[in-house]
Every structure is written in structure tokens, then in C-alpha cells.
Design a protein around this ligand. Structure first.
Ligand SMILES: Nc1ncnc2c1ncn2[C@@H]1O[C@H](COP(=O)(O)OP(=O)(O)O)[C@@H](O)[C@H]1O
Ligand SMILES: [Mg+2]
Length: 604
């Protein structure tokens, strides 16, 4: 077994203060439904009290059978009936309790998911750029579920345990004080065993989850890369690597289960020991009580029914103590899950608009970059001292090697990120003085990473203009040269785009997003590698429509096919974070720099 201390185990240990905060916050959720929760507490108490009364009546029944005056049938019957009623009512109340807790936790889960999701909509783009999507999804689904099951189950379990332990002790105290001495021996052993057990077994269970996680991660990676794997003929290697991870996971599973199971008998041993001791001790006391050596009324006096009751209470008493380690463990995993959820809820939202931020109305679309410097992190500057002016209705093309910062410029235009220094002005107003929604509303974007949602093609195309008619949609699709493809689909414009459904190519997706852009009437347009997956013939075919789209709008175009940007009014070459060349096509060719080299390599 791998004995190395692992990161996950470290991460799971929460310090006391955080644990307390999480507990307080979780209780806060419960308290939203305090009337229901009070009812739950009441039901817990009633159910446990009833089940605690059971042994008393059974003991009374035994005493009614075994006593010096002969069997008292009436008392036997009465006590047996009472016992049955208690157990039945207890079962009914605990059923009601279970239903109630499921209801409460359902409400809480719904609230939590809503809070997380609403939070996600307010978070800045930087959050999503730096957090793995899978991780966010697993927090919304898996972690919230973990919290939920712990809330609905463990909380009641804890209350029940405490009530049962205390209640049984009280009953035992009433039945026979001297016999409680037995627990002075057994409880400490039990505590030592459970502590040993949880220390030994918990890391094994953690290792089990971790190994399973690794196995899942590997499987996921393999599934998503299946084409590449097949293309490089690496199936065998992948299989054997999977084998070894599979084996690790199974070994970890075995270890956890083995030690978990191996400790079961030891817990049984303590239970048996405790019951034997109780019975022996009880037997001795009973014998002396019968022989008259111990008089009725003395603390040492006990009846047969008393012994029977005591044995039953001692079992009730021992149960929760043995279970305690398990509940603690479940609480811990629920807490770390809750922490992951709260971390999203506590995430800083996008800085709010300035109080006096203006809402853009009539946008002309003149953009000024004044000494703009920007880095995603303070350590690494991506853009340095960029200054450029784009007049209304002009098209500006941005060229540069991969990673030069072209998309970064778009991020700044849209205020997905804010400049580190300098300023960007739109129609003379600093963009930070404009509300984000009106600023973003002034642009239409078509990106390399197309985004289509699960819905019909029609719905996807009208995304930017909700009241568009079918005619307009068809016209846009025609301009984007995607109409004949759509019309040949069995459901046409009502075809639902989903992951499994229609197999639609990346290029076709881009054309649909271009059709979407065609419908929009915003004064500025951003095309970031918008046709990178479209063949050059189709690109030429849609060029006319694109020109139409770009007419009278201020456009920012990034494209690696220079044919699309030759006609730009201004071409910027970005290299090493700076504008290294600028001018129109002819000027840059004459300059004989990066642009002309790039152009000649594509067209010679
Ligand atoms: N969200 C981000 N966080 C940190 N660095 C980023 C982020 N996005 C891009 N970068 C880095 O910024 C640089 C410029 O990226 P980008 O503007 O996307 O280049 P491109 O010119 O290819 O569009 C790259 O080095 C990239 O690694
Ligand atoms: Mg880019």
C-alpha cells in the first residue's frame, strides 16, 4: 500500500475555525426551515423515547412471569401490549422523521444549487478561465449531494445517538447503579478501538476514493482523446496503463474493505464482552437478590426483568458509541464538500459598475486605446503600452503570432478583464465609466470557440435578437451559406442541437454563429478567428455577406488567413506585447516586415 502522505488527505483536514464556520453556515440553511426542523427534533425525541421505553415493558413482562407469586397473566399481557405499541409508534415516528428530513434537505439542496448557480452568473470571466469546468460541475452536483445526505441523515443520527446514550444511561442508572460499573471497563476499550479503527481505516477509505478518482480521470482523458489514441495506435499501451490504475484502485478498495471488515469482529468482541459482563454481573446480583442476601430496596437488588432490561439498554448504549467514528467520518467528508461549495458562493463577483456609470445609447463606435498595458497576472505583462485609434465604421485587423495577445485585446474591449494601466475609450468615454451591459451590448462577437446551446437551430440563430422572424433567420442562414445544410436536415430549422443528436461539424457550427451575428444590429463587430474552421471556398462565398455585415460598423478582425484582412482599413501587427507594425495592406507590404513575410509565405 502506498504510505506516502498524500495531498488529498492534507486538503481534507480542515482547521477548527473553518469547521466551525461551515457548521454555523450549514445550521443557517437549516434554520431557514426552522418550524420543520423543530418538528424534526420533536419527532426524533418522541421516536427515541418510545424505543427506549420498549425494554422497560419487556422487563416488566418478564417480572410478571418470573416472580414468587406465580405468573401474573394480566400484567404480562398489558406490558407486552405496551411494548408493542411503543415499538410500533417509534417505527411510525421515525418513518415520518425520515420523510421530513428528506423534504428539508431537498429544500436546502435546491437553495444551495440556486445560490451557486446565481453566483456563477455574476463571476468574472477570469474565474472561468482559471477553474476547471469539471470541478465546478462536480461541486454543483456531487458536493452538494454529499452535504445533503449528511444533513438529512447524519444530523438526525447524531441527535438520536446522543439521546439514546443519555437515555439508556438514565434507565440503567434507575435499574441498577452498581451494574453501570461494567461500562467503566468496556466503554474505554470501545473508545480505544474506534479511535484506532478510524485512524487506521479512514486513510484507507480516502486512498480508495483517490484511486477511484484517478481511475475515473484516466478513463475520461482516454475517452476524450479516443481519436488521437487510435490515430497513434496507442490502444495497447492505454489498455495496460488502465490495467495498472484499475489494479491500484482495486487494491485500495480491498485494503479499505479488508481493514474495515477486519475491525468489525473486534467491535463485536467488545459488544459481546460488554454483554457477557453485564449478564454475569447481573446474574450474580440476581442470585443474591433471590437468596435474600441482598434485600429489596438495596442498590444491589435486581429482578430477572431488571437484568433483561439492563442487557437491552446496554446494547442500545453501546451502538452509538461504536457508530460514532463512522458519523464523524461522514461529517468530515460533508464538511469538505460544503467548503468547496461555499468557496464558490464566497467568490468575488465581477467588480460592480461605477455608481455614476453611464448607459450607452446611440453608439457611434470610435475606439481609442491610450497607453494600454495589461497582464493576466502581475508577473507577466501581455500587452505593453498599446495606443491606437479606430474611427467609426472602420475595420481594424489584428495580426500576430499565436500567443501574441490578439484575443487579449478583445478581452479588454469587452471588459472581460480590465486594463492594468492606461485606458480604452469608446466614443470618448472611458469604458470603465460605461455600464458593462451596455458596453457589451454594443458589440457582436463571433469567436473561434463557437457556442451553441441545446435548442433548435432557429433558437440558436435568434440568440442575439429574440424577436427575429423565420424570414430573417433564413436570410441570415443564406448569407452565411448554411441554409442548404439546415434545410436538408429532417427537422430543418427546428432541428435540436445537442451533444448526441445531429453530427454537425466545427465549420458548420461557425457558420451558424455567423448567421447569428448577421441578425444582430449592434454598432460594433468582433471576429476572432471566426472562420478558422471554414474551408477557404466557403469563406470566399460568405465574404460578400461578411462585407455587408461589416459595412458601417466598427470591426475588429483577427484571422490567420490574410485574404480576409487585406481590405482592413488598419492592420496592427502585435509582437512581444507591442504594436510592431501598423498601416494598411499596401503600406505593410512595402515596409517589408513581419506582415509582408507572413503574406508572402501564404500567397507565394
Ligand atoms: N485567462 C488567462 N490567464 C492567464 N494567461 C492567459 C489567459 N489567456 C491568455 N493568456 C496568455 O496570454 C497570452 C496571449 O494570449 P492570447 O491573447 O489568447 O493570444 P492570441 O494572440 O493567440 O489570441 C498567452 O501567452 C496566453 O498564454
Ligand atoms: Mg486568440
Amino acid at each position: 500500500m502506498n504510505k506516502n502522505p498524500n495531498k488529498h488527505a492534507e486538503n481534507q483536514k480542515l482547521d477548527r475555525k473553518t469547521t466551525k464556520n461551515i457548521l454555523v453556515r450549514l445550521l443557517g440553511y437549516i434554520m431557514r426551515y426552522w418550524p420543520l426542523f423543530l418538528l424534526a427534533i420533536a419527532l426524533t425525541l418522541i421516536s427515541n423515547q418510545l424505543s427506549l421505553l420498549g425494554p422497560t415493558y419487556s422487563g416488566e413482562a418478564i417480572d410478571a412471569i418470573a416472580n414468587e407469586n406465580g405468573v401474573n397473566f394480566a400484567a404480562v399481557k398489558e406490558n407486552v401490549i405496551k411494548m408493542l405499541i411503543c415499538y410500533m409508534l417509534s417505527a411510525i415516528t421515525s418513518y415520518l422523521l425520515a420523510v421530513l428530513m428528506i423534504k428539508i434537505s431537498q429544500k436546502i439542496v435546491r437553495t444551495m444549487r440556486k445560490q451557486v448557480f446565481e453566483k456563477l452568473t455574476t463571476l468574472p470571466v477570469s474565474f472561468f478561465d482559471t477553474t476547471a469546468t469539471g470541478d465546478i460541475i462536480s461541486r454543483i452536483s456531487y458536493d452538494i449531494d454529499t452535504v445533503n445526505s449528511s444533513l438529512s441523515h447524519d444530523l438526525i443520527q447524531v441527535m438520536t445517538s446522543i439521546y439514546t446514550v443519555v437515555g439508556s444511561l438514565v434507565f440503567m442508572w434507575q435499574i441498577s447503579k452498581p451494574m453501570i460499573i461494567v461500562f467503566v471497563i468496556t466503554v474505554p476499550i470501545s473508545v480505544i478501538f474506534t479511535r484506532y479503527r478510524s485512524k487506521k481505516v479512514r486513510p484507507l477509505f480516502r486512498a480508495r476514493s483517490r484511486k477511484l478518482g484517478e481511475l475515473n480521470g484516466y478513463a475520461e482523458e482516454m475517452l476524450s482523446g479516443c481519436r488521437t489514441i487510435k490515430a497513434y495506435n496507442r490502444e495497447d499501451e492505454i489498455g495496460s496503463r488502465f490495467d495498472s490504475r484499475n489494479k491500484d484502485a482495486m487494491d485500495a478498495y480491498y485494503n479499505a474493505e479488508y481493514y474495515g471488515a477486519a475491525l468489525g469482529p473486534s467491535v463485536n468482541f467488545i459488544n459481546n464482552l460488554s454483554i457477557s459482563l453485564v449478564m454475569i454481573f447481573g446474574g450474580i446480583l440476581y442470585m443474591y437478590s433471590q437468596s435474600g442476601a441482598v434485600l429489596a430496596g438495596s442498590a444491589f437488588f435486581i429482578t430477572l426483568g431488571g437484568v433483561a432490561k439492563f442487557v437491552q439498554y446496554s446494547r442500545k448504549f453501546a451502538g452509538p458509541i461504536n457508530e460514532f467514528a463512522n458519523i464523524l467520518h461522514e461529517f468530515q467528508s460533508a464538511f469538505s464538500a460544503a467548503e468547496r461549495v461555499f468557496r464558490i458562493i464566497d467568490e468575488e463577483p465581477e467588480t460592480p459598475d461605477r455608481k455614476d456609470a453611464v448607459v450607452l445609447t446611440d453608439v457611434k463606435g470610435e475606439i481609442d486605446f491610450n497607453n494600454v498595458t495589461f497582464g493576466y497576472t502581475p508577473e507577466k505583462t501581455i500587452l505593453r503600452d498599446i495606443s491606437v485609434t479606430v474611427k467609426t465604421g472602420k475595420t481594424i485587423a489584428i495580426v500576430g503570432p499565436t500567443g501574441a495577445g490578439k484575443t487579449t485585446i478583445i478581452n479588454l474591449l469587452m471588459r472581460f478583464y480590465d486594463v492594468s494601466s492606461g485606458e480604452i475609450r469608446l466614443d470618448g468615454a472611458e469604458t470603465r465609466d460605461i455600464t458593462r451591459s451596455s458596453l457589451r451590448g454594443a458589440y457582436t462577437m463571433v469567436l473561434q470557440d463557437t457556442w451553441l446551446f441545446q435548442g433548435t437551430i432557429f433558437e440558436n440563430i435568434i440568440y442575439g435578437k429574440e424577436n427575429a422572424t423565420m424570414e430573417e433567420v433564413k436570410k441570415a442562414a443564406k448569407a452565411a451559406k448554411i441554409d442548404s445544410y439546415i434545410e436538408h436536415l429532417p427537422d430543418g430549422y427546428n432541428t435540436i442541437l445537442s451533444d448526441e443528436g445531429v453530427n454537425i461539424s466545427k465549420g458548420q457550427r461557425q457558420l451558424i454563429t455567423i448567421a447569428r451575428a448577421m441578425l444582430s444590429d449592434s454598432p460594433m463587430l468582433i471576429l476572432d478567428e471566426a472562420t478558422s474552421n471554414v474551408d477557404s471556398r466557403t469563406e470566399i462565398k460568405i465574404q460578400e455577406a461578411m462585407n455587408e455585415l461589416m459595412k458601417d460598423r466598427t470591426c475588429f478582425v483577427i484571422a490567420h488567413r490574410l485574404s480576409t484582412i487585406q481590405n482592413a482599413d488598419l492592420i496592427l501587427v502585435i509582437r512581444d506585447g507591442k504594436i510592431s507594425e501598423q498601416g494598411n495592406h499596401e503600406e505593410l507590404l512595402r515596409l517589408g516586415g513581419f506582415y509582408s513575410t507572413l503574406y508572402n509565405s501564404q500567397f507565394s
